[in-house]
Write a protein that binds this ligand. Structure first.
Ligand SMILES: C[S@@+](CC[C@H](N)C(=O)[O-])C[C@H]1O[C@@H](n2cnc3c(N)ncnc32)[C@H](O)[C@@H]1O
Length: 259
């Protein structure tokens, strides 16, 4: 039996469990529940992250006029996937999804329901190999035109900060001026009692291993780019719906533009 047969909890499926989805095994639910017992706000983090994705993509497809999206570390299909949010605003949007989890690959069909004017594609690849990702994405995206590179909850699986920095650099170098980078990343700086213990438990019991980073480390990934207001903040508070005052979650979020 391989580790993907359901014996070892995997991030894509546990994330799906925290988001209230159905695409997970018993082991994912068990580990997900154990993490929740240690770190009760993890479900709020997952939901806040997806809501941030919605707000960021709506801004990019709307006001910012972006028509191409490269979503690395996509996760299992859920409500309001990137192409659905973007194509609702701009039906001609083209989206490339990338993940390395076989369960995501198995469910990729649900990510490929494009509007006739646009396009979606799925690339089964590891975020540690940006060159391969860029080569495969070039079948669908035109790298002479602006691209939004979406890195939500993925750099935290690149444990070496220098390597994570190089990956972001490589991606930014491949896109023209007027492109964007969208990031979320877990941190121990924004509260979230039990987060460090839960991450240590995760790393002993599930795959792939994860790391938290400081706001300074996460901001450094975006060096040379222009942070859109309000900058790097708890992702729940990034351009929150008017009149709402969401609880802070222990996950930074930012959108930055390549000048
Ligand atoms: C926390 S989930 C985030 C999903 C989605 N981006 C979101 O924000 O809701 C992380 C995703 O990254 C994927 N992932 C983890 N390590 C990866 C790697 N080295 N290469 C590609 N995908 C990876 C997992 O399979 C999972 O689907």
């Amino acid at each position: 039996m391989t580790e993907h047969s359901g014996q070892v909890a995997h991030n894509a499926r546990v994330w799906n469990y925290w988001l209230g989805g159905k695409d997970h095994y018993t082991v994912d639910k068990e580990v997900g529940d154990q993490v929740t017992a240690m770190y009760p706000s993890i479900g709020e983090v997952a939901r806040a992250d997806r809501e941030f994705l919605g707000r960021a993509v709506r801004h990019l497809a709307g006001e910012a006029g972006i028509r191409q999206f490269l979503d690395i570390g996509t996760g299992l299909p859920t409500a309001a996937n990137t192409h659905e949010v973007a194509q609702r605003i701009a039906p001609d949007s083209r989206i490339v999804y990338v993940d390395n989890d076989p369960t995501v690959l198995a469910h990729a069909r649900a990510l490929l329901t494009t509007s006739p004017e646009g396009a979606t594609a799925y690339v089964d690849a590891d975020a540690h190999d940006p060159d391969l990702i860029l080569r495969a994405a070039a079948d669908t995206l035109d790298f002479d035109r602006p691209v939004a590179v979406i890195l939500l909850g993925i750099l935290n699986f690149v444990l070496d900060t220098e390597q994570a920095t190089d990956i972001v650099r490589r991606l930014v170098d491949a896109v023209p001026s007027g492109s964007y980078v969208v990031v979320t990343h877990p941190t121990l700086e924004l509260g979230g009692a039990g987060n460090a213990e839960a991450m240590a438990f995760w790393n002993e019991n599930a795959k792939p291993p994860i790391t938290a980073r400081t706001g300074q480390e996460i901001a450094a990934f975006l060096d040379g780019l222009e942070l859109l207001p309000p900058g790097l903040v708890s992702c729940s508070r990034w351009r929150a719906e008017e009149g709402t005052e969401p609880q802070q979650v222990a996950q930074y979020g930012a959108v930055a533009r390549k000048p």
